[in-house]
Design a protein around this ligand. Structure first.
Ligand SMILES: [Fe+2]
Length: 210
């Protein structure tokens, strides 16, 4: 169950009207490494995690990503809310405008609509947690690219907050990967899985020397 709190996780201040910047920031609304992709990834992967704390972590971070999606949508909205037709014309945002008006709609900076093929759930906790760690680093890199392209101080404060959260999530997923691997390789694990993890462990040990 989700409970909605009527505040943003971090206050969003936007100092300019800037449709071109809005179009770039849509990358994090509906792009491959954006917030919708992250939220959907973790909230679907959590079911197969072998430890309750791993399921809880994916639930917590997946939910937080939805609140980040809300922050991104708010930034995009505020950047175009008061834009005149003249300010919209001759910017890349005009293509978004003819289809969606000023509504933030999940597509990437090039206008490609969001697709679930941006993430996966493999029923393999090791594969999934590695995907999650890579996704956090890619999201961090995207925020850094966006901050370099933006001259709006308020927008950059919100983007810097979101960038920092990606680093925290990467750390948490890394710690959980260690715990999940320890559990799956231990004799005490309570479940059977679709893969033989003891075989994976012995193969990993074998390849350590190469
Ligand atoms: Fe994240």
């Amino acid at each position: 169950m989700f409970l909605y709190q009527k505040t943003l996780q971090f206050p969003v201040r936007v100092d300019s009207t800037n449709p071109a910047l809005a179009e770039l920031i849509l990358e994090q609304l509906g792009g491959a490494d954006g917030e919708m992709s992250a939220g959907m990834r973790y909230l679907t992967q959590r079911y197969y995690m072998p430890l309750p704390e791993a399921r809880a972590l994916l639930t917590d971070i997946g939910t937080e990503e939805l609140s980040h999606w809300e922050m991104i949508a708010t930034i995009v909205w505020k950047l175009v809310e008061h834009a005149t037709d003249e300010q919209i014309k001759n910017t890349p945002y005009v293509q978004h405008y003819v289809n969606h008006g000023r509504n933030p709609f999940p597509h990437n900076a090039a206008g490609v609509p969001f697709t679930a093929s941006y993430f996966n759930a493999k029923s393999d906790p090791i594969a999934d947690l590695h995907e999650d760690m890579a996704a956090e680093q890619k999201a961090r890199a995207t925020y850094e690219h966006l901050i370099r392209m933006s001259n709006d101080h308020g927008v950059n404060q919100a983007l810097s907050f979101l960038r920092e959260r990606e680093i925290v999530h990467f750390q948490r997923f890394g710690e959980m990967l260690d715990r999940v691997q320890d559990y799956m390789y231990s004799k005490h694990r309570k479940h059977d899985y679709d893969f033989d993890y003891n075989r994976i462990r012995s193969e990993q040990d074998r390849y350590k020397k190469y």
